[in-house]
Design a protein around this ligand. Structure first.
Ligand code: AGP
Length: 615
């Protein structure tokens, strides 16, 4: 939920850490801070607000010196967002500083003990407890910083990615992770640490991803020395060559990351197919499925767990899997699944969907399913993420970095991967006719160019946004494969424009939501041909007879809905199971334009963070 960055080397740390924090602001942006050591002084500068506010404060204080620095951008968990609760936190002696992403669950009893021993606390955070616990261990046990961190972490319960610096051991940084991501960039005479690789990708493509339960001492003299937090046993670090480049994580001429990512979808979907979909040969190749095909063919049930947008992709997958693979599917909110007592049988497969691969609830659901003997398959975007590593097998979506907090290309590429999986299994099982299978594969190949066509309607969609930007509420309706799209459209609108929106299966409207309809209420109706078209047309008539405003998402050439609706946005015709890949696009653009017109912070909406690594 927070972003952490650090530098140790020969250059000025300040610009590197600040630039890195800006790249990680998607992870949290209610306060920011930096600690710099210039060989004599260890200075912390921090403030409520964004990294730009931190830069202003640092300029006023003229505190930019040092070739060792650690920085933090926060999404508050303990204590309101204010200057004092911002990271980094000093220990009582002010010799140590820490940045922390995660939660120390047992911070209250630890704090009580420290208070009893005379420690004072300035902030309400769990993090300040941890740094004083480390200091306390150092004093009492007379051990190195590395050892003190190890001992203290063995007393802490919770999740963390931390970086700790001690001005008396000025040549090293200690980092550790459990449940929150931490990458170490390995350069020449310099090292970087960060919550993901984006802050250091312009300096080095060599990275070490710490595993859960690992810590590292980083120094120019010895490099990166990795060990287990539990017992201090040394671990051989694996240096990975990163494939992302700078261009992928910058805005590339677009006003916002969200818009860039919406426009990247044709390319992202193509990347998802690449090497997997061989339509002319009638083949789908997916290593994670191919290697475990018997498990999928014999599966009695698939349980999908996910949160937010990824959960919506799971709902689309439910329709696709049941249609073609004929395997019963249940789609669960990861947060609910993990806290009940789910029945998991040995022939069940759990598919976990997560863009970030770091969502705490999804991770916990995986662990529960594994304990109960299920085979776990991860569908993640971020390569090397915790969920992808925790799964028995998986398939990456290959959407490229998604920076905007509102998920866009992650959603369409998740559906793409899941559709490929369903068809691959269906072919093996023989639950799909050969001719239909080939037809679907060829149609799938056309999706990126059809998404391009939807994007061409951006100007028309912006006009619709102008007409409805001042609405207080909005309904989204869809049926069948497009019911989850209605949910996703509503989520997109509320998360970035703060307009209240709800998605429903169109037929459910008459069971309650219809009471809301009056001349003020815009209703976005997905009314593509085939998908229960006539029934949806009747729903539109019901809305119009109550004076609601209808924005129809229709198939090119539609006449009926055009005659009824106040606005229509056309999408090219495709096979029904693939319509979500097209109908989603106008809903993303509609939310985007409404939010921009309302002056909202599209890429960093209030109260949200890109990856929710707390429970
Ligand atoms: C989507 O726009 C949201 N920002 C959010 O619902 C997100 O999809 C959810 O938190 C799950 O994240 P994940 O895919 O990284 O697990």
């Amino acid at each position: 939920m927070c972003g952490i960055v650090g530098y140790i080397g020969l250059k000025d740390a300040y610009p590197i850490v600040i630039k890195g924090l800006k790249r990680l602001e998607y992870r949290g942006y209610d306060s920011a801070g930096i600690a710099l050591f210039d060989g004599n002084n260890l200075e912390v500068t921090k403030t409520k607000g964004k990294v730009a506010d931190l830069e202003r404060v640092a300029l006023e204080k003229n505190s930019k010196k040092g070739s060792i620095g650690i920085g933090h951008t926060r999404w508050a968990t303990h204590g309101v967002p204010n200057d004092v609760n911002s990271h980094p936190h000093y220990s009582n002696s002010e010799d140590l500083v820490i940045i922390h992403n995660g939660i120390i669950e047992n911070y209250e009893p630890l704090k009580k003990e420290l208070v009893a021993r005379g420690y004072e606390f300035k902030s309400d955070t769990d993090t300040e407890v941890l740094i004083n616990l480390i200091e306390d261990v150092q004093i009492n046990e007379k051990v190195s910083l590395e050892k003190a961190v190890q001992i203290a972490l063995n007393q802490a319960i919770g999740a963390y990615a931390i970086a700790v610096f001690d001005k008396r051991q000025e040549n090293e940084l200690i980092v550790a992770r459990l449940g929150s991501p931490l990458a170490i960039g390995v350069g020449e005479n310099e090292f970087f640490i960060a919550s993901d690789a984006s802050p250091f990708i312009e300096y080095t493509s060599d990275a070490i991803y710490l595993e859960d339960g690992e810590m590292a001492k980083i120094s120019l003299k010895e490099g990166v020395v990795v060990s287990k937090i539990k017992d201090g046993v040394a671990v051989d670090p694996y240096i990975q060559k990163l494939k992302i480049n700078l261009e992928q994580i910058e805005k590339g001429g677009f006003d916002h990351f969200m818009l860039k990512e919406i426009y990247e979808q044709p390319h992202a979907i193509t990347d998802t197919y690449r090497g997997r979909l061989l339509a002319n040969e009638g083949v789908i190749k997916m290593a994670g499925i191919d290697d475990n095909i018997d498990k999928f063919v014999n599966a009695k049930r698939i349980i999908i767990v996910a949160c937010g947008t990824s959960w919506h992709a799971g709902l689309v997958a439910e329709y696709i899997f049941e249609e073609f693979s004929r395997i019963p599917v249940e789609v669960e909110y990861a947060s609910e699944f993990r806290y009940r007592n789910p029945i998991i049988n040995k022939d069940d497969i759990l598919i976990a969907i997560s863009q970030s691969g770091e969502t705490a609830d999804t991770m916990a659901a995986i662990k529960l399913a594994k304990q109960r003997g299920a085979f776990v398959f991860g569908v993640c975007n971020v390569v090397g993420s915790s969920i992808s590593r925790e799964s028995h097998a998986g398939a990456y979506t290959h959407a490229g970095p998604e920076i905007g907090v509102a998920s866009t290309k992650a959603f369409t590429t998740q559906i793409t991967v899941l559709a490929l999986m369903a068809l691959r299994i269906a072919k093996q099982k023989g639950s799909i006719a050969n001719s239909q299978y080939h037809y679907l594969l060829h149609e799938m190949e056309q999706i990126p160019s059809k998404v391009e066509k939807v994007l061409e309607q951006n100007d028309a969609i912006e006009k619709v946004a102008e007409a409805y930007k001042d609405s207080d509420n909005c309904l989204y309706l869809g049926r069948g494969f497009n019911f989850p799209v209605a949910l996703e459209g509503a989520l997109k609108l509320k998360e970035i424009s703060y307009i209240h929106a709800e998605g429903y299966p169109a037929a459910e409207m008459k069971h309650g939501p219809i009471a809301l309809i009056d001349e003020q209420m815009p209703v976005v109706v997905i009314a593509t041909k085939k998908g229960h078209y006539e029934k949806v047309v009747s729903n539109i008539q019901e809305i119009k007879s109550r004076k609601g405003k209808v924005i129809g998402i229709v198939t090119e050439g539609d006449v009926t809905v055009k005659g009824l609706a106040d606005h229509v946005i056309e999408v090219p015709e495709t096979l029904e199971p693939f319509t979500p890949l097209l109908t989603t696009i106008p809903l993303q653009l509609l939310s985007y334009h409404i939010a921009v017109k309302l002056g909202k912070n599209v890429d960093q909406p209030r109260n949200l963070a890109k990856s929710v690594t707390v429970e």
